[in-house]
Design a protein around this ligand. Structure first.
Ligand code: AMP
Length: 400
């Protein structure tokens, strides 16, 4: 028997998300689309998934070690125990790989130490990711553990896109450059979009719009990322649920000097009290839609600002790519909000983008094209699957 299961762990500060996948079976997406796969790996069928929440809170599990114990118990009850010889690897989502990690990486003590060194770049995420790695290594020290980085897919960005126009010595000393995030999703969705069009990833140029609570855009040329909207941290770029996205950096000096706010307050403002929630009090696009239907002016303005930013990035990345074959919408808002898709692309026929109102309005859970037959640029809705991508990348390192 070959070990073919991969446990994917996404460890947050107070939660542990998991999925167990069997890589010897095809992924459901492949089965649904039927046809032979035009590219890489399409294996990975989900055996179990879940989340342990409120870690560390009173009356809940004490820490991540106990949380993994809960996961282990849940899986054992279903005959999928983590002590099974069928488990081939654990794949860990790690948010920041800095300049050091640009590929899925087999975890060693040295790798853990390097990920810890990157904590200043992702103070909220990397410590939790490291905790997840440590408890999983304690549980199964014999098992290969693989780190898959959210930044990795963007490592191919050319210097012209990755470098900020600030003093080079200062930037280099402090690692200040654009890293990008959501890379696992951008990688998965750009490939799935090529497949939806019946093409190889190397044959198509795709603008991927990952619109969840966090949101980012990427320009992917022939399967290779050439630009993305998030930067040193996930704060840059699109308007998000609670983050401002792009602002003039001088806003920070102004708030410091004139508003007497300290750096932590401004950090909190821009990351947690801005974006949709800052503009209208809600960060859920469903609620904003409901309020817009009742002619709520602040919800409408929040929507308009969100969409305006999105359109700017579609235009910018069309120019970066020169030829665009597809625009792919993904994540919570991208997959579900026909209104956002329509508003973002309305009136872009001169750029060869023709969204089909009827197709766009149909709800669905599989990858689909929502542009007209005559649209030069395909507009697609492509559900993301970061866990599957992590499992495939992890398995590719340990596969016999
Ligand atoms: P994610 O981070 O990908 O889980 O996306 C979460 C966000 O997706 C939520 O905050 C909502 O704004 C949005 N969302 C989820 N479902 C819908 C829906 N049916 N219509 C519009 N937006 C949705």
């Amino acid at each position: 028997m070959t070990a073919s299961r991969v446990l994917v762990l996404n460890s947050g500060s107070s939660s542990l998300k998991y999925q167990l996948l069997d890589m010897s079976r095809p992924s459901p997406a492949t089965t649904l689309n039927g046809a032979a796969t035009p590219h890489g790996d399409d294996s990975g069928s989900r055996l179990a998934s879940g989340i342990v929440e409120r870690i560390g809170e009173e009356g809940s599990v004490a820490d991540h070690s106990e949380a993994l114990g809960v996961v282990s118990k849940e899986l054992r009850a279903r005959g999928l125990g983590l002590d099974s010889p069928e488990l081939a690897a654990v794949g860990h989502r790690v948010v920041h790989g800095g300049s050091r990690f640009t590929e899925p990486t087999l975890i060693t003590d040295e790798v853990v130490a390097e990920i810890e060194k990157l904590v200043p770049l992702a103070p909220l995420h990397n410590p939790a990711n490291v905790t997840g790695i440590k408890v999983a290594r304690e549980l199964r020290p014999d098992l290969p553990q693989v780190a898959v980085f959210d930044t990795a897919f963007h490592a191919t960005m050319p210097e012209a896109a990755a470098r900020y126009a600030i003093d080079r010595a200062t930037a280099d000393r402090y690692g200040v450059r654009r890293y990008g995030f959501h890379g696992t999703s951008h990688a998965y969705v750009s490939r799935a979009t090529a497949k939806l069009l019946g093409k190889e990833p190397s044959e198509v140029n795709v603008v991927v719009l990952h619109l969840g609570n966090g949101a980012s855009a990427s320009a992917v040329r022939g399967g290779v990322c050439v630009d993305t909207s998030m930067g040193l941290t996930p704060l840059e770029g699109l308007v998000m649920g609670t983050r401002s996205g792009d602002i003039d950096p001088a806003v920070i000096f102004h708030l410091s000097r004139v508003g007497a706010m300290d750096v932590d307050e401004i950090d909190d403002l821009l990351n947690k009290r801005s974006g949709l929630v800052g503009l209208c009090g809600d960060n859920d696009m469903r609620e904003i839609g409901r309020r817009m239907a009742e002619r709520d002016a602040s919800a409408q303005l929040a929507f308009d600002i969100y969409v305006h930013r999105l359109r700017k990035y579609v235009g910018a990345y069309s120019a970066v790519l020169g030829r665009v074959d597809a625009i792919a919408f993904t994540a919570g808002v991208g997959e579900n909000s026909a209104a956002v898709r329509e508003a973002a692309l309305r009136g872009l026929e001169p750029l060869g983008i023709e969204i089909d109102a009827v197709r766009n309005a149909v709800r669905g859970t599989v990858a689909r094209v929502v542009s007209t037959e005559t649209s030069r640029v395909a507009v697609a809705v492509v559900p993301t699957d970061e866990e599957l991508e992590i499992a495939q990348q992890a398995y590719s390192l340990v596969r016999p």
